[in-house]
Design a protein around this ligand. Sequence first.
Ligand SMILES: C[S@@+](CC[C@H](N)C(=O)[O-])C[C@H]1O[C@@H](n2cnc3c(N)ncnc32)[C@H](O)[C@@H]1O
Length: 199
Amino acid sequence: MTPTTSPAPTDREAAVAQRYAAAAGAQEPALCCPVQYRREYLEAIPEEILQRDYGCGDPSQYVREGETVLDLGSGGGKICYILSQVVGPAGRVIGVDCNQEMLALARRYREAVAGRIGHANVEFRYGLIQDLALDLEQLAEQARGLALDSPQDWLDLRQLEQRLRRESPMIPDASVDCVVSNCVLKLSLRIHREVFFHA
Ligand SMILES: C[S@@+](CC[C@H](N)C(=O)[O-])C[C@H]1O[C@@H](n2cnc3c(N)ncnc32)[C@H](O)[C@@H]1O
């Protein structure tokens, strides 16, 4: 079920990536929906993250103390930082996003939030939610030596992807208790299959 290689981005995906890169740097009002979150969880979260809230619901009510939670399309990290408080020090939260600007924003405040809430249990990973085994940061690092100017290099890249998925998966199979996603998923069979079989 794990993809053999990452699918090429469509024009629409490329446009979405561009839009979210810009929305990480400055609030994009057209992407914001009014959502009521529990006030006590917001106090520990920096203003910059709260302003880049592009969610349209609050999945925190489905999460329990002590759980390991995966947030698909974690954006600026707001839901992860809320969930970090819900699961408490015995739990863990992993956000996955394919937008480096959003990841940088989310990661920037890890220590500050941990200091305010008293525990550090959130991580953010760079990957596609339809390919949860492949960590794109590891791939970029290990593919650095490939010039990608020969068919052999392309075959080597595919093999490298497969090896990373197998030996060092971004989200190992059956490793989380609960999967949430705020304003990212459509009813895609592919995503549901990925979550069901691999998270
Ligand atoms: C509407 S925003 C929601 C962000 C966040 N969940 C929130 O509540 O603010 C969508 C996010 O999903 C990410 N995203 C979209 N498609 C993705 C994919 N296929 N894999 C990983 N992340 C994706 C975007 O980069 C963006 O950060």
